[in-house]
Design a protein around this ligand. Structure first.
Ligand code: ADP
Ligand code: ADP
Ligand code: MG
Length: 526
């Protein structure tokens, strides 16, 4: 395998403490990584595109280097510019976060070639798992159960035969796909040829690779994934599962740990399968092995993501670990924080909601603009991973995820209540978000009883509209905050639009400019 980590004479990765870490990413994940590096006494270097000049991660890091470009291609996706920034800043290691270059083996190799420690697995592992067809072959060699699948030749006749042998519905999947993109469900034989051609075109333009294959489309499954960590020397541990079945367009919006449908026996079996796969490639660092699980508890390998996952925080909350610290320790050759064969004991239940800049009542169209005011939730068991601040302009160029809110509680029912309370406390004013939508899903009986599957949101929430009578505390608070959002020395009357929104709601809210109003201010009786 190319790009193997340097090994010392005893075969273990050589120790090379990280002194200055460049974070090749933006937004909440860049901030989250900076904070752990700071805890560990590691200096941090942010990089930024021109639109991100005022972004939170830029001011949070010890130093920041402009990448120069406006678009992702000329900034966060430019290997040359990121490596150049690392050189300029004197960084000795690079953390790629998720998205962007996180699963680009060329980037991992370029880091090594420049003498930088890449915080992630070897390029060979990234390549093997980045190709869903190759990943399936390796999983088969490791005796993991697989979703039935078939190759596509591009010839209509053999392809039609392969699809009917699998049995409809089938799923056309891009070998290089990710982020829920590059997938097409085909219900009947007559729709196959067109779907394959369209999927090929899409895959070519989105991933620069037009290879597609067929998978049996499983109905109403759960998406359950296992967090693993490898020491780069064949030693692998797992940290339990995450349930990611609340999905829209094959991408998760609410995650939780543990899964309400996974007991100790299934956890052991899935964890053992994930360890087998990662161990077979001397995997180093954080990885996630994704499975699809049917109603009877049978599980099938889907893919492996060779990076930190968006939803890693729910695992951290129940295991009291810091997975970014683990990544940095493994990358610097200190080994795994727990012994192989051990699993950190899980405690309680954690739920994460992804807050998106989108309008769920208008086809989930992305929203953009200025966040006039933001109020994050707080309280016992609440964690907020966010890069929002008052006056932040949400750019359209990037992924629309604004923040993640996580709630931990001793059990699932309490975690759901805590999460609902936290979302009601959340106010993001000026830019439309999915907060009200998330609140409705958390109240759905099938979410509460854990029977929600990957298809539930698509089937039941496609035409979702906010309940006009159910004005949330967040909306009311947002309205009041909007009225209060007068720039220093500014004239409230000049912000008529904002002020006028508050009128019908004023009586609902106990909020004033960033804090709860005193009873006297609200006219309450003491
Ligand atoms: P996950 O299961 O962690 O969401 P996915 O493969 O679905 O993994 O997607 C990776 C994540 O990376 C997405 O959820 C998204 O938030 C982020 N992402 C994907 N593409 C980009 C991008 N171009 N810029 C920033 N973030 C991205
Ligand atoms: P990505 O790389 O985009 O994350 P995955 O293979 O992980 O792609 O699939 C993402 C989601 O798509 C899954 O969580 C699941 O909801 C759905 N999916 C993928 N494969 C199948 C399948 N064979 N049957 C049913 N649903 C599937
Ligand atoms: Mg996936």
């Amino acid at each position: 395998m190319s790009g193997q980590r340097r090994k010392s004479h005893d075969g273990k990765p050589a120790r090379k403490p990280i002194q200055r870490l460049l974070i090749a990413n933006r937004s909440e994940i860049a901030c989250r990584i900076i904070r752990t590096a700071r805890d560990m006494g590691i200096e941090t270097v942010a990089v930024y595109s021109e639109p991100d000049r005022p972004a939170a991660h830029v001011s949070l890091a010890d130093q920041a280097v402009a990448l120069g470009g406006d678009s992702p291609a000329t900034s966060y996706l430019s290997i040359e510019r990121v490596i150049d920034a690392a050189r300029k800043s004197g960084a000795d290691a690079v953390h790629p976060g998720y998205g962007f270059l996180a699963e680009n083996s060329g980037f991992a190799a370029a880091c090594s070639a420049a003498g930088l420690t890449f915080v992630g697995p070897a390029p060979g592992a990234i390549d093997a798992m980045g190709d869903k067809i190759r990943a399936r072959e390796l999983a088969r060699d490791c005796k993991l159960p697989l979703v039935p699948a078939a190759e596509l030749t591009g010839d209509a006749k053999p392809d039609a035969k392969a699809a009917s042998a699998l049995g409809y519905p089938v799923l056309v999947k891009a070998a290089a796909g990710g982020g829920g993109r590059g997938m097409r469900i085909v219900e009947t034989a007559d729709a196959l040829e067109d779907a394959v051609a369209a999927a090929r075109r899409e895959a070519a333009s989105a991933f620069g690779d037009d290879r597609v294959f067929l998978e049996k489309y499983l109905s109403e499954p759960h998406h359950i994934e296992i967090q693993i960590f490898g020491d780069g020397n064949g030693g692998v541990v797992h940290l339990g599962e995450r349930e990611c079945s609340v999905q829209r367009r094959h991408q998760t919006i609410i995650e939780e740990a543990p899964s309400p449908m996974v007991g100790p026996a299934l956890r052991d079996r899935m964890g053992e399968a994930a360890i087998r796969l990662a161990g077979s490639m001397d995997y180093a660092g954080a990885g996630t092995v994704e499975f699809i699980v049917d109603g009877s508890g049978d599980f099938y390998f889907l893919e492996m993501n060779t990076r930190l996952q968006v939803e890693h925080a729910v695992t951290e909350m129940i295991t009291s670990t810091d997975l970014v610290r683990w990544q940095l320790e493994v990358a610097s050759g200190s080994g795994l924080p727990i012994g192989v064969g051990h699993t950190p004991a899980g405690s309680g239940h954690a739920i994460e909601c992804r807050i998106y800049a989108e309008d769920p009542s208008a086809g989930f169209l992305p929203t953009a603009g200025r966040v006039e005011r933001v109020e994050h939730p707080a309280g016992p068991g609440i964690r907020v991973d966010s890069a929002l601040y008052d006056g932040f302009d949400v750019p359209l160029e990037y992924d629309p995820m604004l923040a993640k809110i996580v709630a931990w509680a001793p059990d699932r029912a309490q975690a759901i209540e805590r999460m609902r309370g936290a979302l009601r406390e959340t106010a993001i004013l000026g830019v439309g978000t999915n907060v009200a939508f998330l609140l409705d899903i958390l109240a759905d009986p099938s979410f509460r009883d854990g029977t929600f599957t990957t298809t539930t949101v698509g089937e039941r929430y496609a035409d979702w509209r906010p309940d006009p009578s159910g004005l949330s505390i967040a909306a009311a608070a947002a309205a009041i905050l909007c009225a209060a959002a007068v720039p220093p020395g500014g004239d409230r009357a000049a912000r008529g639009t904002a002020a006028s929104i508050t009128d019908p709601w004023q009586t609902l809210a106990g909020w004033r400019h960033g804090r709860r109003a005193e009873p006297a201010e609200r006219g309450d009786e003491e």
